[in-house]
Design a protein around this ligand. Structure first.
Ligand code: GLN
Length: 458
């Protein structure tokens, strides 16, 4: 089939499922067809086509796409049309990918259920009354439902892995610095990473290779060679016993669903059968991950979001009395409750008199959490644990209780604080038929090992 035929089919599926799922904030049908036509023209002319030629893809709506509205799930950016392309989308388009739309997300990527979006609530394709997880819930749901083949998300504290887990797909957060953040609307800059959603580990590996690699536009971008991750995938671990896998004991405690615990335990047995040596690993500082994150992430967010003042971007409040009133009204009307909560927490933690007690302390604990991982990776090659303590929860269930919402990311957050690569892949179902995710964590820049282990397990 031609790329245009494939794009047309994908767009038909998007249209057919959108009334139920609401995965997309914008469907970019014209762009998709134009990109597909370019691929077909190249094929007709006998020119080389890229590794993603004709592949329908969904892009989280916090990635700037030139000439296409980028809302970040917020009212404050409702009319924002970026004048430039993010590095990752540019690389995908150069590789031949066909963008079907911009996916729904929690406002400014703050949330774990995609319910804080100013536009719509995305449904979990496995049970429409449940959330897809978040904040990249639109991307996860779109891939799970086959509205696109692969998608991009961003992960600051779990926003790729947790929705991947709740929607039964593969989702990966790369090593901090492996993928350029140029053109990603910043949430917490020292934690944010862009990564792939896919139905298989191999597809995730192909997508990762297409977006990874040094970019002079991002000062934190690493100068490293990008291996052909997909070509290196092998079905088992040979020789037996050489690959060491650590199970993080601290993640098997209070609050973990018994069905999730059982599925992850079975997965560990499978990894052993495949030839891995299994060890129990302790990460005692893990439990400080959540409080540390909820100082550092809001602090960075409060600074990053200061730029939305009604002057430079999209939304501006009507009838202000003066300039200061315009700023205040714009931010009061443009930001939702969760975003305001984060800005207030961050501003407080950074203020004179509290900085040492909160922000500086959190940075020190961040180092301790990182050291836990460093010790662990002296003993093992990959760590495993649940991705999220529960399977998909009902829409509305946690919206009035921020703390219980924050707990969804208990097991993903330490990874961001340490800058490590990690992925979530399906490892079974609970008794209601909802997917369960297994998290695998790798050492710095060992995406190759991580993907290989995941591939063998899958
Ligand atoms: N749920 C976490 C938060 O709200 C993580 C979000 C993310 O990774 N973008 O901050």
């Amino acid at each position: 089939r031609s790329a245009v035929e494939i794009a047309t089919e994908a767009l038909e599926r998007v249209q057919a499922l959108e009334p139920k799922l609401h995965s997309f904030i914008s469907v970019t049908a014209d762009r998709a067809i134009a990109q597909a036509q370019q691929v077909d023209a190249k094929i007709a002319a006998g020119e080389a086509i890229g590794p993603l030629a004709g592949i329908p893809i969904g892009i989280k709506d916090n990635l700037c796409t030139q000439g296409i509205r980028t809302t970040c799930g917020s009212r404050i950016l409702e009319n924002f049309v970026p004048p430039y392309e993010s590095t990752v989308t540019q690389r995908l388009f150069d590789a031949g990918a066909v963008m079907v739309g911009k996916t729904n997300m929690d406002e400014f990527a703050m949330g774990s259920s995609t319910e804080t979006s100013a536009y719509q609530v995305t449904a979990n394709p496995w049970d429409l009354e449940r959330v897809p997880g978040g904040s990249s819930g639109g991307s996860a749901a779109a891939v799970a439902a086959g509205q696109c083949v692969v998608a991009l998300g961003s992960d600051t504290g779990g926003s790729i892995r947790q929705p991947a887990s709740l929607c039964g797909v593969v989702g990966m957060k790369p090593t901090y610095g492996l993928v350029s953040r140029y053109g990603l609307v910043a949430y917490a800059s020292s934690l944010d990473q862009i990564g792939p959603f896919a139905r298989t580990v191999e597809d995730a590996a192909i997508l990762l290779r297409a977006i990874a690699g040094h970019d002079p536009q991002d000062a934190t971008s690493l100068k490293v060679e990008i291996p052909d991750y997909a070509a290196a995938l092998k079905p088992d671990f040979k020789p037996r016993g050489k690959l060491r896998i650590g199970v993080i004991q601290e993640t098997f405690g209070e609050g973990l669903d018994s069905t999730v615990e059982a599925a992850v335990t079975t997965a560990v047995e499978t990894l052993q059968e495949l030839g891995a040596e299994i060890q129990v690993i302790n990460c005692p500082q893990f439990r400080y991950g959540l409080p540390t994150y909820y100082i550092i992430a809001p602090s960075e967010a409060s600074a990053n979001l200061a730029r939305y003042d009604g002057v430079k971007y999209g939304f501006r409040a009507d009838n202000p009395e003066n300039l200061l009133d315009m700023y205040a009204k714009t931010r009061a009307e443009g930001f939702g409750a969760e975003v305001k909560r984060r800005i207030m927490i961050g501003t407080y933690a950074l203020s004179a008199g509290y900085y040492d007690a909160y922000y500086l302390k959190a940075q020190k604990v961040r180092t301790l959490i990182k050291q836990d991982f460093e010790r662990a990776f002296q003993k093992v090659d990959v760590l495993v644990c649940p991705t999220s303590p529960t399977t998909a929860f009902k829409a509305g269930e946690k919206t009035d209780d921020p703390l219980s919402m924050y707990l969804s990311d208990l097991m993903t957050i330490p990874v961001n604080l340490a800058g490590l690569p990690a992925l979530s892949l399906p490892c079974g179902f609970d008794d209601q038929g909802l997917p369960i995710g297994l998290q695998m964590i790798g050492n710095v820049l060992r995406e190759d090992i991580l993907l290989s282990v995941a591939y063998a397990y899958e």
